[in-house]
Design a protein around this ligand. Structure first.
Ligand code: NAP
Length: 290
């Protein structure tokens, strides 16, 4: 039976460390780090993510500067807000909660408007470019969270075959580059991959970042593989009738043959928020030369 890669436990460790650092700065009369989250519209999932981020900030002593806009907000208003936050000395990190509602807003243009030094989501082309070049910089939260989780369990990637299912700019592509940085041989699979099961079975490390319940089944997993489930899907439980979160991996089928596996919830999702706060603190340290 696979050992769980416990994102909740590692996130708690990260929060404790960050809280101690922030407390030291405040005791030394420094200002606390600040994070601004821009949310547009009333998507309940986005609202829940933003609330989680604010709660996590409060836990470690990071100040939240959240801005909530109606879905009718214009591109210009959002761009002006970002410019203002870029100049605001109390703010070390800015993120735009995605996806944006409707079709009138250009998310890419907004990401581009964020000062790369405050781009704590690591999605600005400058920071993505540094990742491609293998240079240090702010790394995007979910892939960086996966890498920290693997490191926490001393799982060496050198020379291993990694397969990442999903090629989004948010998760799949940056994660593939981070795995490559750690000397894994990486394949990126996607919706046009021929014989996904055969590709997945090659993996020593298999990552699912798609958004489809039960996409990865036991027959697609090499015995002893490390399985990382990034997917978050809300389903209605057929027995209880209640809604709950599941990943992309058939956990009950795959856990008996994998060596390590992330649970959903309690795995990668917890790490994403923890890395967001780490990135905010990193940006703060860079601003103050700490
Ligand atoms: P996305 O932008 O929709 O990308 C999904 C990727 O999956 C695409 O590359 C797509 O391929 C691929 N795909 C779709 N159907 C497939 C299939 N049948 N076989 C193989 N590949 C398939 O999604 P995302 O933003 O990367 O997010 C992926 C999942 O991770 C979602 O469930 C999301 O909620 C979750 N997520 C979790 C966290 C976290 O903190 N845990 C953070 C971010 C996202 P094409 O490119 O060919 O279309």
């Amino acid at each position: 039976m696979a050992q769980l890669l416990d994102g909740k436990a590692l996130a708690a460790k990260i929060y404790d460390k960050l809280a101690a650092q922030v407390a030291d700065w405040i005791a030394a009369d420094r200002r606390p780090p600040g994070l601004a989250v821009l949310m547009v519209g009333d998507n309940p999932a986005s609202a829940a993510y933003v609330a989680n981020k604010e709660k996590a900030c409060a836990k470690v002593g990071i100040l939240s500067f959240s801005e909530h806009f109606p879905a009718s907000v214009t591109q210009a208003e959002l761009a002006q807000t970002i410019q203002r936050l870029n100049q605001d000395d109390r703010v070390d990190g800015i993120l735009v909660q995605l996806p944006l509602p409707g079709t009138h807003l250009d998310a890419d243009a907004l990401l581009l408007a964020i000062d790369p030094a405050k781009d704590v989501d690591g999605l600005h082309p400058y920071n993505l470019g540094r990742l491609v070049r293998g240079e240090s910089g702010i790394r995007s939260c979910t892939p960086a969270g996966v890498m920290q989780l693997l490191a926490e369990y001393d799982l060496s990637l050198k020379g291993k075959t990694a397969v990442v299912i999903g090629r989004s700019i948010l998760v799949g592509k940056p994660l593939a580059l981070m795995l490559l940085e750690q000397d894994a041989s990486v394949t990126i699979a996607h919706s046009r991959t021929a014989d996904l099961a055969a590709v997945a079975r090659e993996a020593d490390i298999l990552v699912a970042a798609v958004g489809r319940t039960n996409l990865v089944t036991a027959d697609m997993v090499k015995p002893g593989a490390i399985v990382v489930d990034v997917g978050i899907n809300r389903i209605t439980d057929s027995v209880t009738g209640k809604s709950r979160l599941v990943g992309d991996v058939d956990f009950a089928g795959v856990a008996p043959i994998a060596s390590y596996i992330t649970p959903v919830p309690g795995g990668v999702g917890q790490m994403t928020v923890a890395v967001l706060l780490q990135n905010t603190v990193k940006s703060y340290c860079q601003r103050f030369g700490i």
